[in-house]
Ligand binder design. Structure first.
Ligand SMILES: *[C@@H]1O[C@H](CO)[C@@H](O)[C@H](O)[C@H]1NC(C)=O
Ligand SMILES: *[C@@H]1O[C@H](CO)[C@@H](O)[C@H](O)[C@H]1NC(C)=O
Ligand SMILES: *[C@@H]1O[C@H](CO)[C@@H](O)[C@H](O)[C@H]1NC(C)=O
Ligand SMILES: *[C@@H]1O[C@H](CO)[C@@H](O)[C@H](O)[C@H]1NC(C)=O
Ligand SMILES: *[C@@H]1O[C@H](CO)[C@@H](O)[C@H](O)[C@H]1NC(C)=O
Ligand SMILES: *[C@@H]1O[C@H](CO)[C@@H](O)[C@H](O)[C@H]1NC(C)=O
Ligand SMILES: *[C@@H]1O[C@H](CO)[C@@H](O)[C@H](O)[C@H]1NC(C)=O
Ligand SMILES: *[C@@H]1O[C@H](CO)[C@@H](O)[C@H](O)[C@H]1NC(C)=O
Ligand SMILES: [Fe+2]
Length: 657
């Protein structure tokens, strides 16, 4: 509308719009309180009164910075969110995050005849109109020197370290103070600072004035020489800028015989207002239940794996800020690890885009081209790939670490993974160098699935390449689990090799590797493509469910991995009740000592598998399976189904993933 090259004209227009108040509403008053938000209470109450003939379409715009143009709101709420809005006055409470710029609020009248379906959000809902501004509030700021926020931990390449990253407004010299005693945080590390700029963004909306907001400065500090498995306390910040509250974490312990992790993909972000994208309400429950687990598991090393499609900011910069605030209660306590997903990266001129991938790689990154992902996180290793645009290289593509008895490998499905590529060579070398005595279990994770029974067709050419190039590596190296996201459902497969179960219907002895694949993209993003109905079964998902697909769940949630030297258990926790809905147990064979011993002894190499098959399959069956997957002697499956839950199916909303 207004070219950035005409600031003078722009100001004139602003003044014009500021003075343009329709006569009937000159009495509208709008106030926000408190005008200074604190870390302890960042909820603002916005009150209005004097709105004549209130309409359902009257709305409150949230702006930051306060001089943003009327159509450059970060979000909005309709005034009818307030009880009694029909009287022309009301109030709403809005929890805000620190965007390092002040907020301001404006009330607009939007008339039915002005509703423009061509100017719409991602869900095709028309965006509210800005023709009639009725009132504007004073500015709301955050208290000064309150310390950094968006704190998140991650592993480094050393077991005696822990990385902590956080955001400040100005990038001023900041530190991490840490120690074993909360009252004496005697050890100090400096932090490195990185930023990214609007010019680093590769496409709309990330590079536009609608989507771009200053991301602040991202600090990266490393706590060093940590003792194993101890509770450390830390704070981040500086005397000038203030210090964060004191947080704690449990340091890594390479000798530990236990592993705990929370794994999921595609979570997204909740915001307390409508914006240009649909809000991911379910992400709040995922965070809530993981926090419950962290509390109840106590002082043990744990971590999170969020395997791509992270904040779903897609070029609307403040959604990253909301996201990091949302996960901070988790990520300031346990390391938060990530894979790159299409929604962090894909853009039309991405450098690796072979012909077969034209329909696979699109514009899903909203023009971010991996830059916020690469700078806001720092994962182990040093994988990187040029953007080819002058923007910083893409990082955090592939890396691995040991956590207790499990070796975790993270890969990128968004950049070259074909034979001969750097990534392929890394994956191969990594899998071939695992010490299975130390880590009897191996978990590989990437964003787009190698297997899915969804009606997902867009990525079919990619799945072919993954099967051709990567599956042999997983099979030959006896990978235990392969976890994928992207499809917003939970689906667990039998131990698989080239679409064939290592066996589920009769006794058998396996002769090679057969990783159990799972799709775990159910953490919050609610666009549901997936199991589309067939014309002759319009009320059910793809039917019948293939044999290799042992459990499909439409409920949002996450998975919880608990492994000891004997056994790895992966549980699917549903968000509506926080309970386990499916579970797979895999024995390592290292020490045959568990409650399943009796079962194991019953058949030498053969192991009894108990399974309640998903709801569309009438007969439950008892299977006897003997699998030799490296150290994996067997696999015990227990599915518990909530028949009420399963008898419903959420209709297809969209193709989006
Ligand atoms: C936080 O501030 C809001 C708005 O002023 C107020 O309604 C709320 O009671 C406050 N909450 C706490 C816990 O102080
Ligand atoms: C408020 O108005 C919006 C826009 O017309 C409408 O979609 C919504 O259902 C209304 N909400 C309530 C609580 O009435
Ligand atoms: C941490 O502080 C203690 C006590 O001052 C000191 O002995 C130790 O060397 C410090 N460790 C590091 C890694 O600086
Ligand atoms: C954003 O990027 C696209 C693609 O490179 C370009 O066409 C457009 O002009 C850019 N917009 C701005 C405001 O720079
Ligand atoms: C883990 O198990 C190994 C092998 O049984 C044992 O040597 C080691 O002491 C155990 N580690 C811990 C921390 O208990
Ligand atoms: C980092 O990259 C270099 C090559 O550029 C490689 O030799 C080195 O091993 C890598 N370090 C890690 C931790 O992967
Ligand atoms: C599995 O094989 C054993 C020995 O051959 C046999 O006793 C058992 O009945 C078989 N179980 C099933 C479910 O077929
Ligand atoms: C994988 O498991 C098979 C069967 O137990 C075994 O023969 C092979 O040596 C294992 N391969 C690796 C790389 O561990
Ligand atoms: Fe995705």
């Amino acid at each position: 509308m207004v070219s950035p090259k005409t600031p003078r004209l722009f100001s004139v227009l602003l003044v014009f719009f500021a003075c343009y108040v329709s006569p009937s509403s000159s009495r509208v008053s709008l106030s926000a309180s408190p005008t200074t938000l604190t870390r302890a209470n960042r909820t603002v109450t916005v009150r209005w009164s004097g709105v004549d003939s209130p309409s359902e379409l009257d709305w409150l715009g949230i702006f930051s910075p306060p001089d943003s143009a009327n159509d450059e709101f970060i979000g909005y709420v309709f005034l009818n969110a307030s009880d009694g809005w029909r009287s022309g006055s009301g109030s709403v409470d809005i929890p805000l995050v620190n965007l390092r710029a002040n907020y301001a609020f404006r009330v607009f009248r939007w008339k039915r005849e002005e509703v423009n379906y061509r100017h719409h959000d991602h869900d095709n809902n028309p965006l509210p109109g800005i023709r009639h501004r009725l009132a504007a509030s004073e500015e709301v700021r955050f208290e000064a020197a309150a310390g950094p926020d968006q704190i998140h931990l991650s592993f480094t390449d050393r077991e005696d370290e822990m990385r902590v990253m956080f955001v400040t407004a100005d990038g001023a010299e900041s530190f991490v103070s840490y120690g074993l005693d909360a009252a004496r945080l005697g050890n100090i590390s400096a932090t490195m600072v990185r930023r990214y700029e609007r010019k680093d963004m590769c496409d709309f909306p990330a590079n536009s004035s609608i989507g771009w907001r200053d991301p602040g400065s991202i600090h990266d500090g490393v706590m060093k020489n940590l003792e194993k498995g101890k509770k450390y306390y830390y704070t981040v910040g500086s005397d000038a800028g203030g210090w964060s509250p004191i947080h704690s974490f449990i340091s890594r312990d390479g000798d530990s015989n236990e592993t705990i992790a929370f794994l999921f993909g595609d979570m997204g972000t909740y915001t307390p207002y409508a914006t240009f994208y649909r809000i991911q309400e379910e992400s709040r429950s995922t965070v809530k239940w993981i926090l419950r687990d962290i509390e109840s598991l106590g002082d043990k090393p744990m971590f999170v794996s969020h395997i791509g499609d992270i904040s779903y900011a897609r070029g609307f910069a403040w959604i990253w800020d909301e996201f990091f605030n949302q996960i901070e209660p988790i990520a300031s306590r346990i390391p938060y690890h990530v894979c790159i997903g299409n929604h962090e990266y894909d853009w039309p001129t991405q450098p690796w885009r072979p012909e077969w991938s034209y329909g696979v790689y699109g514009k899903d990154g909203g023009g971010e081209c991996g830059v916020p992902y690469s700078i806001r996180f720092k994962m182990p290793g040093n994988s990187s790939f040029p953007t080819g645009t002058g923007a910083p290289d893409t990082q955090n593509l592939y890396f691995s670490f040991d956590a207790g008895v499990v070796h975790f490998l993270y890969i990128s499905t968004e950049t070259n993974f074909l034979q001969g590529s750097d990534q392929y060579n890394f994956i191969k070398a990594d899998l071939e160098s695992i010490d299975r005595n130390k880590t009897p279990f191996v978990v590989v994770q990437g964003h787009r699935p190698m297997y899915t029974t969804s009606n997902e067709i867009r990525d079919a050419p990619m799945r072919e390449r993954m099967l051709e190039n990567l599956e042999p590596l997983l099979v030959q190296n006896n990978v235990t689990l392969a976890l994928w996201g992207h499809v917003h459902r939970y689906e667990r497969f039998c131990p698989l090799k080239n679409f064939r179960c290592a066996d589920v219907t009769s006794n058998f002895t396996s002769i090679g590797g057969a990783p159990v694949h799972l799709v775990i993209g159910m953490a919050g993003q609610d666009w549901q493509p997936i199991w589309e109905p067939r014309p002759d079964h319009t009320d059910v998902p793809i039917y019948p469910q293939p044999e290799r697909s042992m459990y499909r769940g439409g409920e949002f949630g996450y998975t919880r991995l608990v492994a000891t030297r004997e056994k790895l258990t992966l549980s699917y926790i549903g968000n509506h009740d926080g309970q386990v809905h499916d579970r797979v147990e895999i024995l390592s064979g290292q020490i045959l000592k568990s409650e399943d011993e009796k079962i194991l002894q019953s058949g030498g190499d053969a192991v009894l598998v108990e399974s309640v098959l998903p709801w569309y399959v009438k007969a439950a069956s008892v299977l006897v399976v003997g699998i030799l997957v490296g150290y994996v002697l067997g696999l015990i499956t227990r599915s518990r189904r909530d028949s009420l839950e399963r008898s419903q199916w959420t209709p297809v909303k969209s193709e989006e993933m």
